[in-house]
Design a protein around this ligand. Structure first.
Ligand code: FMN
Length: 224
């Protein structure tokens, strides 16, 4: 690692990213893209369900026996991308000695969330999360589900109590997004903030000027 764990990330830092079967694979794809663009090393692993979500949400067809996840990213970025099979228990993210700066599950299904909260480590994604917890390294969970059951909430609480950062895929709207990309970037920007990675994906909030609020459609005679 190039930096102290408490400091800002520097190019060359290593991150583990797990794609799981929650909706919102666009968040994970954008996160990996930005990490690679910023010069970081990314160790990527996807669950089988994530492969299905990729088909449904991004139109990618993956051979689940030999998924070409690297093909999802522009060629110049792939140099620092390491894609691992789900059962590759000897891969870099499986060991605490690998010195990963952080592990991010994005998106995180309720199934993986539950298994991580209870230490199953039944595949490389879950093992990477387990390693982050035991090593006291940042673990970011980006859950996506609605509504949330008591079990989902309890699992999130358990992970938060263990030190994980639970960062739900909940874009804000105060920057007045007009595209899906802006909504995706809002969430990815929040992840990067927690990873202490500088970015310009979203505008920072500033004290609004003391002027009357802009008119809404209702001010122009429309009724709700
Ligand atoms: C298109 C699609 C969207 C899904 N969205 C979600 C979701 O938002 N949250 C969730 O917990 N599960 C969702 N699921 C179901 C999970 O993929 C499923 O529970 C799977 O077993 C999770 O496996 P994994 O944790 O190994 O990735 C979705 C499935 C599909 C096919």
């Amino acid at each position: 690692m190039n930096t102290e764990r408490s400091g800002r990330a520097a190019p060359g830092d290593r991150f583990a990213v797990g794609f799981t079967g929650g909706s919102g694979i666009a968040y994970g794809l954008r996160l990996v893209e930005v990490l690679l663009q910023e010069g970081h090393e990314v160790h990527l692993c996807a669950t089988h369900a994530a492969g299905r979500v990729l088909v449904h949400e991004a139109g990618f067809q993956l051979d689940l026996q030999r998924p070409d996840l690297a093909g999802l990213f522009a060629a110049p970025l792939r140099q620092r991308l390491f894609v691992h099979a789900l059962d590759a228990v000897e891969a870099t993210p499986a060991s605490g000695s690998a010195g990963l700066r952080a592990t991010i599950l994005c998106p995180c299904s309720m199934g993986t969330l539950a298994r991580v909260a209870h230490g199953f480590s039944s595949n490389l994604v879950e093992r990477a999360a387990d390693v982050a917890l035991k090593e006291g390294r940042p673990l970011l969970i980006v859950p996506r589900e609605t509504p949330l059951s008591v079990l989902h909430l309890q699992n999130m609480l358990a992970l938060a109590q263990m030190g994980a950062i639970v960062l739900p895929a909940m874009p804000g709207f105060y920057h007045r997004p007009t595209t899906v990309q802006e909504l995706v970037d809002f969430v990815v920007g929040k992840i990067l903030d927690r990873l202490r990675i500088e970015h310009t994906l979203t505008r920072r909030w500033q004290t609004p000027p003391k002027s009357p609020p802009p008119t809404s459609p209702y001010d122009e005679g429309e009724t709700p």
